[in-house]
Design a protein around this ligand. Sequence first.
Ligand code: NAD
Ligand code: GLY
Length: 364
Amino acid sequence: MQNLIQTLEVSLEERSYPIHIGSGVLSNADLIGPHIKQKKVVVVSNTTVAPLYLKMLSATLEKIGVAVLPVILPDGEQYKTWETLNLIFDALLGAHCERSTTLIALGGGVIGDMGGFAAACYQRGMPFIQVPTTLLSLVDSSVGGKTAINHPLGKNMIGAFYQPRLVLADISTLDTLPDRELKAGLAEVIKYGLIRDPEFFVWLENNLEKLLARDKVALAYAVHRSCANKAEVVAADERETGERALLNLGHTFGHAIETGLGYGVWLHGEAVAAGTLIAAELSCRLGWLSPDAVRRIEQLFVRAELPVYGAALGAVRYLELMRHDKKVQDGKMRLVLLREIGRAVMSDVADEGQVAAAIEARCT
Ligand code: NAD
Ligand code: GLY
């Protein structure tokens, strides 16, 4: 079972691409070979991930006669900036990379988002491959083509939709992931259960401890089921004109926490967990979600050792930060809320007073 490779497809007509999931996919030259068109590729990574996995990826590429130009960035959400992005462009231009040179992002969501944005911009678009190495990036950020950097006024505010040609989801990279990062990734896994897959939510209730213990079979299942959910949503709504926005459950509140506290203080998944509980609280106050359902959601996040109360920024500050959210339309705030476990909706029915009350109830 451990070495079984499962493949999903993100169906986007001529831009469709595979997601190969399994232990050891990083060492499998047959999976990456058909996607490389030149004898040189650029691998964007960071100071933490490169020492762990760059040699392995380079050896795989060497087997097919491809050389690697590494671009090693500083590690951290606080470096998801114009300045760091420019380091990638400096390296691409310095090495005379061409429009058909492939850029591979090797790392978590920060590297994937920045590498993807660089690939989208360089000579107006170069081929791009995602090699995610955190749980969060395996289940979410590497799939679907959202790329971005942060702005001091708002998270992921500058970016582009730009699909990768391939996602290599190697579960064995999770062996080295710190516990705190693994738990943060679970927030995005739980999200799929909450917004559209109630059976998966129940599976998570029954198997959470296996995931925390890094059981490979359970992890592979959770990654596959999460990616299957994400691939379906992206295929139906690539540019987020409808259903895709539901993937942002908890994110409007979570992004306010991340921006309000300073990038990197809370992990993205931690902020999403607390934000999801604020969204559940508001859904309950609107009479949609039962108090029992809120308790079930809270319990699962508590078992995942994720925060279930937001940072104490005060409701006024939350609301100020939330006005930069990408879902705001015509100045009106729209939020992803829950009708029940497994059914999310986009809604603008809550007024600011109701939103503020839910924030106050769910922040320490
Ligand atoms: P991250 O990229 O900062 O990685 C977390 C930490 O783990 C970093 O220190 C990293 O160096 C380290 N790391 C990565 N892989 C490792 C490994 N295998 N072993 C040991 N250490 C490892 O954080 P993340 O949680 O992966 O991603 C968060 C980012 O993703 C945020 O910027 C968020 O906005 C973005 N995001 C994007 C999307 C999207 O659709 N594009 C979706 C969700 C989140
Ligand atoms: N992570 C949200 C999305 O990809 O739409």
